[in-house]
Design a protein around this ligand. Structure first.
Ligand SMILES: Nc1ncnc2c1ncn2[C@@H]1O[C@H](COP(=O)(O)OP(=O)(O)OP(=O)(O)O)[C@@H](O)[C@H]1O
Ligand SMILES: [Mg+2]
Length: 358
């Protein structure tokens, strides 16, 4: 596996470099066991399969492993099988030579080749079509691949980590995934628990995310006191750490008042259970004001979306004046029209600055 000046050589002789930006494993037995096992396998080339619900941290974990592996000085290349159309898969993955097919004017290297000396992260592996599963099996078995239209066989020198939101063993039993490929990718398996199964870790994750997101948005954010943290710990978090991260982003940008009611309202929506007062209580007037503001925000947002962000028409639908709508938008810090269209990441959708006029 060693290449010239390879990470493997450096890991044998030099100090193991741990990046300062560590992720949170927390203190629940399951996560502690994962951390212990990872310490033993990070430096090996053992194929890894990371499974877990959406937003539980599969990619984050794969990047963490990469940064602590002998391949850390190489690239981390992600292939999302759910996002690449079947017809493009082979050329995207293995690349092609000029003239390999109509439109192939130049030689292009594929994602597999790009991962040379680093980590190839194969995400949503159960979305892989059966015909392509055989090709992947070949790559994993022999480490050999060829560019489309090329005779030359090339060897892949990289760590391979696969991930899936769906259980791969279930896909195998339903006949959607090859059993031999499953055994090949699943030498070391990690199943990340949903956030609701590791509520004790929420305070540590919150403090990590507060630090990271305050730095990203260049905003000071006050730490959450114990009673507020308990609200977060009791929340459902169906979108797992990603949903919590989005919440913290909004908290950093908008502040506590705006957001605590979100949890209160959501709690009712999810469970229908009565809201329990945190230590010290929250005054009813304040909760009512916050809930009212959340509802206004939701309605204004819907009216804007329904009117393609035309504020005059939205104001008419809401039966308020245009000036009042502009004031409300500024008060509740709604994302701007432009940002809504451009931003792909939900964590960056919130625009704290007042919107520009139509
Ligand atoms: N252990 C962790 N500590 C702190 N933050 C984390 C941790 N795991 C994940 N995150 C954060 O949560 C977010 C979601 O993580 P990630 O994208 O790795 O999840 P995923 O399981 O790959 O999700 P999906 O199935 O939707 O692709 C990321 O932005 C990441 O920063
Ligand atoms: Mg992912």
């Amino acid at each position: 596996m060693a290449r010239n000046g390879s990470p493997e050589m450096s890991s044998a002789g030099a100090q193991f470099v741990v990046p300062p930006d560590d992720i949170v494993f927390g203190c629940t037995p399951g996560m502690l066991a994962i951390r212990q096992q990872l310490k033993k396998v990070c430096s090996t080339n053992i194929p890894m399969l990371v499974q877990g619900d959406g937003g539980t941290g599969k990619e984050t974990l794969a990047r963490w492993v990469h940064l602590r592996s002998p391949w850390r000085s190489g690239p981390f290349i992600k292939v999302n099988f759910a996002a690449i159309p079947g017809g493009l898969l082979e050329s995207e993955l293995f690349g092609y030579t000029a003239g390999a097919f109509t439109g192939a004017n130049t030689t292009r290297i594929g994602l597999v080749e790009m991962a040379q000396g680093g980590t190839l992260f194969l995400d949503q592996i159960t979305d892989l079509e059966p015909t392509f599963q055989a090709k992947l099996l070949q790559l994993l078995q022999d480490g050999i691949f060829t560019r489309l239209g090329d005779q030359q066989e090339r060897r892949l020198e990289a760590r391979i980590i696969c991930a899936s939101t769906r259980r791969v063993d279930e896909a195998v039993s339903k006949g959607h995934f090859r059993q031999d490929l499953y055994y090949r990718i699943n030498v070391f398996e990690i199943v990340l628990p949903p956030l609701s199964a590791r509520r004790e870790d929420i305070p540590a994750i919150v403090s990590y995310l507060l630090r990271r997101l305050s730095a990203r948005f260049q905003r000071e954010a006050s730490t959450l006191e114990a009673s507020k943290l308990r609200l977060l710990q009791n929340h459902e978090w169906r979108g797992n750490i990603r949903e919590l991260e989005n919440w913290i982003s909004r908290y950093v940008l908008l502040g506590e008042d705006e957001l605590l009611q979100e949890l209160v309202v959501a709690k009712h929506q999810y469970s229908g259970k009565p809201y329990e007062l945190p230590d010290g209580g929250i005054p009813l007037k304040r909760i009512a004001r916050q809930a009212g503001r959340a509802m206004s925000r939701e309605l204004i947002l819907r009216a804007l979306q329904a009117n393609h962000w035309n504020r005059r028409r939205a104001a008419r639908d809401l039966k308020i004046s245009y000036r009042t709508l502009l004031y409300e938008i500024r008060e509740i810090g709604l994302p701007s029209k432009r940002l809504q269209k451009q931003t792909a990441k939900p964590t960056e959708e919130v625009n704290p600055s007042p919107p520009s006029p139509d």
